[in-house]
Ligand binder design. Sequence first.
Ligand code: ADP
Ligand code: MG
Length: 321
Amino acid sequence: MGEFDLIARIRERCPSRHDVLLGIGDDAALLQVPPGQALCVSMDTLIAGVHFPLQTAAPDVGWKALAVNLSDLAAMGAKPLWATLALSMPEPDETWLDGFLDGFLALAESEGVALVGGDTTRGPMSITVTIHGVVLPHQALRRDAARVGDVIAVSGTLGDAATGLRGLQQDSAECPWPELRHRLDRPTPRLALGRYLAGRAHAAIDVSDGLLADLGHVLSASRVGASLRLDALPTSDALRQALPDLVQRHALQCQGGDDYELLFTLTDAAWLSLQAEAHRQGWQVTAIGRVEATAGLRLTLAGHPVDPPARTGWDHFGAAT
Ligand code: ADP
Ligand code: MG
């Protein structure tokens, strides 16, 4: 099985679509951008052993490779349309590729994304996806648009994926918390929420590196500060059971990455409307703080100021402690 057999295997599984004038098979793809919309493009790489544990099943790798990219478009308020895939693998392994495509294409199909091209090479396992989507230019959710007085809100629950990873690091054979492991392997990009927020919220970012880090990006880009209520952070039942210790839990919720939830800021009026819509749609959204004029981030617990939790999460240049 050579490079071209692998590409043929991928191509076989990619149906044609009206907005893909030319897909896999030529020197480049030709895509029809809807008039009036801005093209919104983002890229993320997953390296085996860095962005996913080595023992991760191929379908989970495929899902996650696309999910982390879709999450970036969700955070822009964009609608994803097309993906390209750069695949580097040590051996042409068709079984692995088939599994990878199962996960990748399942998510692609459910979100209406077409795989339109890519590159296939031999080398250490790494996967790079570029996602292309569209958004009305004035509605895009930028990091630099938070305003003083905005509610700070977040989707879903926080800390699950980082705790799932922690469980795996403690016991590489089996994570003691399968639900949390699932959150690590199969993040859910919050695309419908992101598109609702486009033109309604002020700023947004997806929580990939950890709540405090990602909120920090919004605050510095917007030149504002914020207060955050630790006791308001949305917590899953699985996390509550896995980490009964409150300090430990808050640390993972504040600093653990990989949740791919949306963090956004909006006016009180927009927050009220969102709550009604979230109720209709079944979205979980939680207000966790407020944007303030004074630079920096102030944390409170039960109304009292507290220091940021000690680092116990995971980062690429540090180590889990
Ligand atoms: P070129 O030499 O012109 O770069 P390639 O042989 O790399 O062409 O690719 C042939 C076609 O297959 C191109 O349309 C390319 O986009 C597509 N392709 C290659 N690898 C992948 C992949 N991993 N996923 C999707 N499409 C791919
Ligand atoms: Mg090529």
